[in-house]
Design a binder for this molecule. Sequence first.
Ligand SMILES: C[S@@+](CC[C@H](N)C(=O)[O-])C[C@H]1O[C@@H](n2cnc3c(N)ncnc32)[C@H](O)[C@@H]1O
Length: 365
Amino acid sequence: MQSTKITNRVLNADALAKAVADMQAILAQMDTPSQENCGADDSDPDSSVDITDITSEPKGAAEKVTTTSTRHLPSANTTEVPLKEELKPGYVIFPQPILVNESEKRTYQVGTFDGKPVYHYWSRAEQFLSSFEYATPFGKRFLLDEPDSLLPPENPADTNRHPTPGIWWPGPGNSNKKFRFQRYYSIRPSTLGGFGAYAVQPLEKGQVILVERPLLLTTHAQVSDDVLALPPAALAIYKSLDGGKSPSWVNEIKNRNCFDLRHKIGFFAIASRFNHACRHASNVSYTFDHLRKVMVLAANKDVEAGTELTINYGAPSSACLYTMYGFVCRCGACRPLTRRDLELMGADLRECARWGLADKKEIEW
Ligand SMILES: C[S@@+](CC[C@H](N)C(=O)[O-])C[C@H]1O[C@@H](n2cnc3c(N)ncnc32)[C@H](O)[C@@H]1O
């Protein structure tokens, strides 16, 4: 079991006890085969990774774009974009433009995926990654061969201002020096739901694929203030995360994307894009290095190129997953929730469909 989990609800002790009792009652009523129970993987492999650097930003003609995304972004962000002809493996892409350079008001389009525009921003290469020992899901180690990283630039002047000292977020606006392709995965539309991470090359068990600083490290109590205090580039990334359709978008995004990091919660531009898989179906494990304040993701089994990379959110069953995180799991490793399950759980199915928590097929029997 991982020490960090994505969490959905802020529960006090009483509410938690009630939720557990409710859930036990629901589960007692449900015809739940043992295969439904989902658990995190425990593995202990080795790591071997290397890097590719690029030294300049992609060039291309500026072009107006529109997006079909319903997620919240100020329309002013959909302005001039340098168009790249093709979507290269390993790019980090987003379903809508990310405002990365406040002064130039530019966003970056990479190309199209399934007929929809997708966008790319670069992660900044970390110069000192190999100097420190990092906590990985499989023990402490020096990452001599650097994984993809979203870490601070060596010159603090390169950072955008951030309410939390030491926190940095990515974007070409931060520096004109070296940027690195995301070599091990790309973030792209997923069959599980929304966007997800896919291996762009075969991964060996134990390979560290990502070391990432939080976009925001905060607490449940502080999240609203801290999110609203984010500078535009970081706020745009936060808003681009899953959710964000309702007036209470800050909490909605929080509920779907935050990682519980002991007394804090964290949001990540990339790690928060990894979808969930139940039981031992997840192929990536994660841990938060509290000393270095980085999230470290590593393959927990050999993975073929093109496979979706999934983590385990930590819920013990698909029913719990639904109750805690509000989505119907489609990972294939658990018994999918039925309409009856959802009814027993008191879910408003139309509301589920409206929020994309259950698609039409799932609610039409
Ligand atoms: C942390 S986000 C993961 C990235 C997200 N798919 C996106 O587009 O940004 C969690 C959300 O992804 C979706 N999701 C993750 N794992 C899923 C799964 N196994 N089945 C269905 N939906 C899933 C759910 O909508 C969930 O609220």
